[in-house]
Unconditional design. Structure first.
Length: 166
């Protein structure tokens, strides 16, 4: 007869192997150099915005966020500064809300917290875009080149100056 603690250890080991196998097959993020998935979403101003329309103007920094994300809130000033510094040089900062929040909630948050950059709030469509980009947390930042290539994918602010000259 096999002792109970050995069975528990065996079960735990097998369970951890299944978890590890699932993690290694999970698809998170887009790799640098890949083509960015296209999208068409509405801005809070009611305009239809596509990735192609944004990249025609230059680089795009997608910010996947939620109103309850404290890290997203903490970076509002950084995103505003990037917008102010690089918008005239072709950078569009585009925030895509991925918490399934209603447009009115997003609109109030934007007004109350002074977001100066483009905000896309299509509630459920935004979730589809987040899935296309394999977003697993907020904030997730994706920098896209004018030729629709992913230049950066991560959770920290990228060095925008590396791609855009002042």
């Amino acid at each position: 007869m096999v002792p109970m603690h050995t069975l528990r250890h065996l079960f735990l080991s097998i369970w951890l192997l299944f978890i590890a196998a699932g993690i290694t097959h999970a698809e998170t993020g887009h790799k640098v150099g890949q083509t960015a998935p296209g999208f068409a979403l509405n801005s809070l101003a009611g305009d239809r915005v596509t990735l192609d329309s944004l990249t025609q103007q230059g680089h795009v920094l997608l910010v996947f966020w939620a109103t309850e994300c404290v890290y997203c809130y903490a970076h509002i000033e950084d995103f505003n500064a990037l917008h102010d510094q690089y918008h005239d040089k072709g950078l569009t900062v585009a925030a895509i809300n991925i918490a399934g929040e209603y447009e009115q909630e997003v609109r109030e948050y934007v007004t109350d917290n002074g977001l100066n950059y483009l905000v896309l709030a299509n509630r459920l469509d935004n979730l589809d875009v987040a899935e296309d980009y394999h977003v697993v947390g907020t904030p997730t930042l994706v920098l896209i080149s004018p030729d629709n290539r992913v230049l950066f994918y991560g959770h920290n602010l990228p060095d925008i100056g590396k791609w855009l000259k002042e």
